[in-house]
Design a protein around this ligand. Structure first.
Ligand code: CP
Ligand code: NVA
Length: 267
């Protein structure tokens, strides 16, 4: 498990999951490695493949995941990059299925920072499942989804009938939602000096009780965590009866075990 960014859930759930499956997981901080200084990613991928059955990586750049996958002789799991967080989103959809008993025809609304890996994978999944999704974010390119992801989602939506919209009003986005979702305003790697400016920009998109009231009465509240109470959502919401954030976190363990078992045949 190569980590270029911090982690609580991903690291612990992968380590625990691998142990429960009878294997062993090695935590390796990229900070302590020659990668990018004395060694390139293709050598890292080739060497690691001689020792292990599976590589998992949490990196900044998507290209690094692609390069690992290209040069490794073993499967590579993306544990988050700046463009995606697939293990999170698979666990999230498992959680939604558990709570709603179905994955048919839902509406998911997302609030806050939409220039964001988790938002992007939610868009991809809502597109694949033919859902409605409203992304409520400031009207500014630095906080909105990149065009390439909008295009990717819209291409899939043509086949599935999904509708994915950008909305600048939180209450409007929440209306008719089955799932209300938010993510950190300060994703890993965002410089601390941007915090105040970002807080100001995202505050109109904070998930409050009013936002939850505008959604369906049986709507669930999700956040991949880590979460700051008083930022992306109020304490009342994340600690309230509609919040399923800890079941969501637990499912990281179960879904990742399933992913590793699925990949075992390719070892
Ligand atoms: N949700 C998630 O991936 O959390 P960590 O950053 O703690 O792994
Ligand atoms: N968007 C967040 C997700 C954390 C799990 C980040 O990249 O930091």
């Amino acid at each position: 498990m190569l980590f270029e960014k911090p982690s609580l859930r991903t690291r612990i759930s992968f380590e625990t999951g691998m142990q429960q499956l009878g294997g062993h997981a090695i935590f390796y901080s990229i900070k302590d490695s020659p990668l990018g200084k004395k060694e390139n990613i293709s050598d890292t991928a080739k060497v690691a493949s001689r020792f292990v059955n599976l590589i998992a990586a949490r990196v900044f750049k998507r290209q690094d995941i692609w390069d690992l996958a290209k040069y490794a002789d073993v499967p590579v799991i993306n544990m988050l990059d700046d463009f995606a967080h697939p293990c999170q989103i698979l666990g999230d959809f498992q959680t939604i299925k558990e709570k709603k008993n179905t994955l048919e025809k839902m509406k998911l609304s997302y609030f806050g920072d939409a220039y964001n890996n988790v938002t992007y994978d939610l868009m991809r999944m809502c597109a694949i499942f033919g859902w409605r999704m409203d992304v409520a974010c400031p009207n500014a390119p630095e906080y909105s989804p990149e065009q390439i992801v909008l295009d990717e989602a819209s291409e899939i939506s043509k086949k599935t009938g999904a509708t994915i919209r950008l909305v600048n009003d939180a209450i409007e986005a929440a209306q008719d939602s089955d799932v209300v979702y938010t993510d950190s305003w300060m994703s890993y790697g965002i410089p601390q000096e941007q915090e105040e400016e970002r807080k100001k920009a995202f505050m109109p998109f904070q998930v409050t009780s009013l936002v939850m009231k505008a959604a369906k009465t049986d709507a669930v509240f999700m956040n991949c965590l880590p979460a700051m109470r008083g930022y992306e959502q109020t304490a009342e919401v994340i600690d309230g009866p509609q919040s399923i954030v800890f079941d969501e976190a637990e499912n990281r363990l179960h879904i990742q075990k399933a992913i590793m078992l699925f990949l075992r045949d390719k070892f």
